[in-house]
Design a protein. Sequence first.
Lengths: 578, 166
Amino acid sequence: MRKYLLITVALALFSFRASAQSFLENSQVNGSFQTDAQYYVLDKGIGIDDLLGKKMGINGFGKVNYTNGNFSAGVRFEAFLPEMNGFRSELKGVGLANFFATYDNGFIGMTVGDIYDQFGCGFVFRTYEEWSLGMDNALRGARVVIRPTKGVTLKGLYGRQRYYWAPYLERDFNDDDTRGIVRGVDAEWDLNQSIPALNDSKFRMSLGGSFVSKKQYDMSIFYYIPENVGAAAGRLNLGYGNWSFSTEYAYKINDPSAINNFIYKEGQALMASLSYSQKGFGAVLQVKRVDNMSFKSMYTGKQNDLDINFIPPINYTHTHSLPSMYTYSTQPNGEMAAQLQVNYTIPKGTALGGKYGTKLAFNMSQVNDIVRDSVMDNGRMVISRPGSLGYTSRFFAVSNHRFFRDINFEIDKRISKDWHITAQYINLYYDIETIEGHAGAPVVKANIGFLDLTYKINKKQSLRLELQGLWENEVHAGYEYEESEKKDYQKRGDWAFALLEYTITPHWSFSIADKWNYGNPVEEYRDHYFTGTVSYIHEATRIMLSAGRQSEGVVCVGGVCRTVPASSGVTLTVSTSF
Amino acid sequence: MKKLMTLLLMALMVTGLQAQNKSDLPNVTLKDLNGKDVNLSKLSNNGNPIVLTFWATWCSPCIKEHSALNDVYQDWQDETGVKIYAVSIDDSRSTARVKPMVEGKGWEFEVLLDVNSDLKRAMNVSNPPHTFLIDGNGKIVWYHTGYVEGGEEDLYEEILKIAKKK
C-alpha cells in the first residue's frame, strides 16, 4: 500500500508542478446554504392546544462542491435541531449526510459516495433528494458510467440507501433496519447520435433497458421473504417531426412487503405518452398502469422510506393554495391513470389574441383502481390475503373505483403593458379515504376557481392580487354532525382565499393573505388562516420572514415556491448559494 | 477495499488536475427537447452572453418570467446577441408536459431537460426560478433567485453591461 501511495503522491506532485497554474485557474468551489426555522405558538383556534414540548424547529443544510475539470467532489452537512413540524422525527440530528467524488472524462465516469441517478422514468430505479419534503434516498456506493461510442451509455451501480441517520453498516441487527443492498445496470442507445446518417433526421429513436436487484435479509418470523428481488424495465422513444411517442414497461418478481400486505405477486408498470407540438400548439396524451410496484430496499418500510423506484403521478401539479390542498399521490399497489394536456396560444394581432396573444391550457387527468380477481390459497378463494399470491388482474380492465379526477382550464393573458391576468377553473374529484387513508371520510368533489391579477405600478413596483375559491358539492354547512363524525370534516367544506402582494424589484416583497374555511359543515372549524410575509432577495440570497397561521400546502411568495406543513407562529427562511 | 478506494481517488485527482476546462458551467450533459445531448461546460454563444434559467411546469412565477422574457427576447437578441437556455427541472411526473407547454406558449428559447436534477444540484439551485447570466468567456457574472413582475428589466441591465464590453 505504502509503495502505491508513494507512487501516487509522486505522480500527483509531478502533475501538480506541471499544471499548478491551470489547477488554480480551473478549480472552482461553489455551494449553498439554507436554514428554515419555525417558532411555534399555541393556537386553540386551529386546534393546536399543546406544542408537545416543541417550541422550535430548525432544518438546515450546507453544501460545498469542488470542481476541477473532469473531477468534482462535494459534501452536504445537515442539521435538524429538531426537525420542523411535518417532517419525519427520524431526521432529528446533525451530521455529514452526503459526500461524493466523481471523475468523468466523457468516455468513463466514476463516482464513489452518495449517488443520485435515475433509469428511464424511474420505474425500477431513482434516487433523489427533495429538501422541502425531507426526502433523500441517495445510494451510498459506487457507480461507473461508460460511453463506448457516441449515443451509447452504459451504467452500473451498487450501494445501500440512506435511511435518515442510520449507519451504513454491512448489516446491523437493529430490528427497524433490514436495509438491503441495491445493484443495478442500465443501457441506453440513441440511434440519432450513433448513426451519422440519422444525425439530423426528422426521425428520432432511442432505446433503453435496465435491471435492478436488491439483496435483503429475511428477518420475518411470519413470512418467507425472498432474499434477492429483481426488477427489469425496457423503454422506447420515437419521434417524427412534430410527433413523439415514448413508452416504458417494468416487471418485478414477487416482493412481499408491508406496503403490499405481504402478498407474493409479481409487479408490473406501464407508461406511454404520445405528443404533438408546433409553435403555438402542444398536446400530450399519457396513460399509465401500475400493479403492485412498490420497490423498497427494506421490506418493512412505510410511506416513502427507502424507495428504490419512483412511480410518477401523471396529473397536473397545482401550486395555488386551495387546489394544492388536494394533491394526488401515486398508489403503488395499483392504479390506471390517463392524462390529456393541451396548450394553445391565440396568436397576437387577432381579435381574441389582442396585442400580446392569449395563452390557453386544458388538462384532464383521471386515476382509477385496477381490477383484482381472487386466487386459490389453501383451498379458499382470497384477494390480497397476506402470504398468498394476492390476486390476478386483467391488464386492461379498469375498476369503477375512481381515486382522482381533475379537469382544469386556464387562461393567461397580458392585457396591457401594465396588467396581466391568469385565471383557472378546476373541477376536482378526490377520494380522500384511499389517497390519505382517512377511513370513512366522504369523497371531495369540488369546483375551484382562481384569479391572479398583476399590476405594474412603474418600472420597479408592482401589485399582485390573488383570489381563490373552493366549493365542495356534497358537503354543506348547516347539517348536524355527531360528535364522533366531526373529525372527518376538518378542513372540509367551502374555502376562500385572498392574497395581496407588493413588490419592489429586485429586492423586496411584502404580502398578506387570508385563507378562510367559511363553509365548513362544523361551525368550530370555520377558521381563518391569516399570514403576513416579508421577503428580501439579493442575488442568490433570500431571507423570508412570515408570521401567522399556515395550513398545509404549497406557498409561493416573492416568486419562489415551497411546500409547508400546518403550524401557527413565525417562520424564518434564509438561503444562499454561491 | 478501502486501500483500493484511496488509490483510485488519488489517481482520479491526478488526472483531474491535468484537465483543462475554462467554463464556470459544470460538466453535466442534459437533453434538449429533441433528445440531443448538450454538455453545459461546452455551451457557447460566439462570445455573446448566455442566460440560464431554471424552471418547472408547476412553477407559476417561472412561467410568468418566461412569458415576460419571451415578449422581449427578439429585441434583446437584436441588441445584445444574448441566448436564453431554460432548464426544466421537471421530473418524470411532468417531463412529458414540458414540450407541449413550451411550444403551446410559443416560447422561442432553447429548453433543456434536467430530469434528475443533476444540473440543479451541480449549480446549487434550491428553488426555481433561479437565473444565471454567463458572459462570453463562460464566467457566471450575475445570478438571481425568484421572479417578480419587472424582474427581467434588472436582468437586461446586467446583460447590457457585459454585452457592451465586447
